[in-house]
Design a binder for this molecule. Structure first.
Ligand SMILES: CC(=O)N[C@H]1[C@@H](OP(=O)(O)OP(=O)(O)OC[C@H]2O[C@@H](n3ccc(=O)[nH]c3=O)[C@H](O)[C@@H]2O)O[C@H](CO)[C@@H](O)[C@@H]1O[C@H](C)C(=O)N[C@@H](C)C(=O)N[C@H](CCC(=O)O)C(=O)O
Ligand SMILES: Nc1ncnc2c1ncn2[C@@H]1O[C@H](COP(=O)(O)OP(=O)(O)OP(=O)(O)O)[C@@H](O)[C@H]1O
Length: 490
């Protein structure tokens, strides 16, 4: 696409009347620039992309988008916010791919990954080609790619959508993080269905206050409907049991569909029964009523299922087909995943790394634990420090045997993170075992029939981030090794 054509998607103030080179790609990393690239300078949290503009031109950049004038031998277009400009340009460069897809976005503190995988299963069972973008990976039809962010930067995102349209994907499901909303990564995405799971404390290192965190989430619903295409209704699927929903209803022009358990809702679950093997409930959806038997465990799983059912119905799917798909699902990797190696007590690996998710998972465990509850829990380094004492307190209140350990200390001192956790539990009973492997071995060596071990925080992750190192570490592997070493292999 020619530079001037591309710039026409920005405000006319940014039109450029000089050279008009053919743009071959949009890049925000000088190391990826090739002949004809449009290089976008982003002021990051670590470095300033403007410092790499000269090198980008040497690597072949034909033009540069920047937030200030730069002395370069190629056209430099100055904009107020280069991240947002990049999102608009990427959407245009790739031919507005999200207008050709049914796009379902899921935002919220917890439950995004689980809900997106439930929806993927529902659409796959309808023999649709699907795309998925989220924490675990990006999937385009049958191809799976590793991802660095839950919601990638706008160029990576629009490129993935473009590839989806090329691969005849009809429905794309994506997790939308609050960081992505705040930083404009999803600008230009035309969502058909926007799902909200819940809002509880997390990411205060980034958003600073819960109010600003809520405002970031609110952007998702206020922007929905702006890109309205004729005959293409937009839906906001909202959690009736979460306080933030009231604000999101006010913010959106889309059709609102609510789901919930405790409060009145369009899609509602009642008579929940939860045990170690699954969860059952009665679903009401308008005038329809169905009995549902899930393999998934816990009240929080019912919320994820309700939001997936609501989104599926908004997409026009049949209620019974939707339920059939949901009932078959055994679980999502690292989310309440059972490690079974011939031991007499359940060992559960769960990605709970926020106060709310830890509380939910421990309350679910308490529903079927007959004796002790061991919980192995840590808090990440270089992330929201205010979570640390709170998560420690939750662990001590809801488990009989809390063990505090390391969970991705990154550049921080692991012992200091543990001290921050301990500040929340003065006078309570707990153990500190900094080495995560030893913490798991300890719990497995002590547990007996009737007890439950919950290993929280890593879920599907297969690494421990220490300093700049990425060390292989998988809670499921470690638990299995510890069990086999105690009970032998059968
Ligand atoms: C705080 C934040 O969001 N950081 C994101 C940001 O990194 P940054 O600001 O440090 O970037 P930077 O290194 O300063 O670089 C600035 C610019 O210079 C460019 N550059 C840099 C170096 C170089 O040699 N050449 C060059 O051109 C970079 O490409 C970039 O355009 O831009 C990067 C590229 O897009 C992201 O990968 C990175 O996410 C990091 C990994 C991250 O941890 N982000 C978290 C906070 C995040 O976004 N999390 C949410 C999920 C949260 C959840 O729900 O759990 C997510 O969506 O992932
Ligand atoms: N609806 C929910 N409400 C509260 N907690 C939940 C819910 N769904 C899942 N959880 C808990 O949160 C953990 C993370 O779930 P999931 O990966 O689906 O959330 P997420 O929003 O994608 O998280 P992240 O953004 O950190 O990747 C689960 O392992 C479980 O402990």
């Amino acid at each position: 696409m020619k530079l001037q054509k591309l710039l026409s998607y920005l405000h006319s103030l940014f039109s450029h009347e000089g050279e008009n080179p053919e743009i071959t790609s949009i890049e925000n990393d000088n190391r990826k620039v090739k002949d004809g690239s449009l290089f976008v300078c982003i002021k990051g949290y670590t470095v300033d992309g403007h410092d790499f503009a000269q090198s980008a031109v040497e690597n072949g950049a034909a033009a540069v988008i920047a937030e200030r004038e730069l002395d370069l031998p190629v056209p430099v277009i100055v904009v107020r916010d280069s991240s947002r400009a990049m999102a608009v340009l990427a959407d245009a460069f790739y031919g507005h791919p999200t207008q050709k897809l049914r796009l379902i976005g899921i935002t919220g503190t917890n439950g995004k990954t689980t809900t997106s995988h439930l929806l993927e299963k529902i659409f796959e069972d309808r023999h649709e080609k699907t795309g998925l973008i989220g924490t675990m990976y990006t999937k385009i039809a049958d191809k799976v790619y590793e991802t660095k962010n839950t919601t990638p930067d706008s160029v990576t995102l629009q490129k993935a959508f473009h590839e989806m349209t090329e691969a005849s994907v009809s429905t794309a499901i994506m997790e939308v993080s609050s960081h992505a909303l705040e930083l404009g990564r999803v600008h230009g995405c035309d969502y058909d269905i926007a799902v909200f799971t819940n809002l509880t404390q997390d990411h205060l290192d980034f958003h600073k206050t819960m109010d600003r965190y809520k405002q970031a989430k609110s952007l998702f619903f206020s922007q929905l409907g702006n890109a309205y295409i004729e005959n293409r209704p937009k839906y906001a699927v909202l959690n009736a049991d979460d306080e933030a929903t009231e604000d999101f209803i006010k913010a959106t022009a889309a059709t609102v569909v609510t789901y919930g358990i405790d409060n009145e809702a369009d899609i509602r679950a009642k008579d929940l029964k939860i045990d170690a093997n699954g969860t059952s409930f009665i679903l009401t959806a308008g005038k329809e009523e169905r009995y549902i038997q899930l393999k998934l465990i816990g009240k929080f799983s019912v919320y994820n299922v309700l939001s997936a059912i609501a989104a599926s119905l908004c997409a026009g799917n049949d209620i019974d087909d939707t339920i059939k798909s949901i009932e078959k699902i055994k679980g999502v990797a690292g989310r309440f995943e059972l490690v079974t190696a011939n031991q007499a007590f359940p060992v559960i690996v769960d990605y709970a790394h926020t106060p709310d998710s830890l509380e939910n998972v421990l309350k679910t465990v308490a529903e079927f634990a007959e004796k002790k509850i061991f919980v192995i829990v840590g808090c990440g380094g270089d992330r929201d420090k205010t979570k640390r004492p709170i998560m420690a307190e939750i662990a001590c209140n809801l488990a009989t045997d809390p063990i505090f350990t390391s969970d991705n200390p990154r550049s921080e001192d692991a012992a200091q993170i543990l001290r921050d956790m301990e500040a929340g539990v003065a006078g309570k009973e707990y153990l500190v075992i900094e080495d995560r492997r030893q913490a798991i071995i300890h719990a497995v060596s002590k547990a007996e029939e009737g007890d439950v071990i919950l290993i929280a925080g890593k879920g599907h992750e297969t690494y421990q981030l220490v300093g700049d190192e990425v060390l292989h570490f998988d809670d499921r592997e470690e638990a299995e090794k510890a069990i086999r070493s105690r009970f032998g292999t059968v």
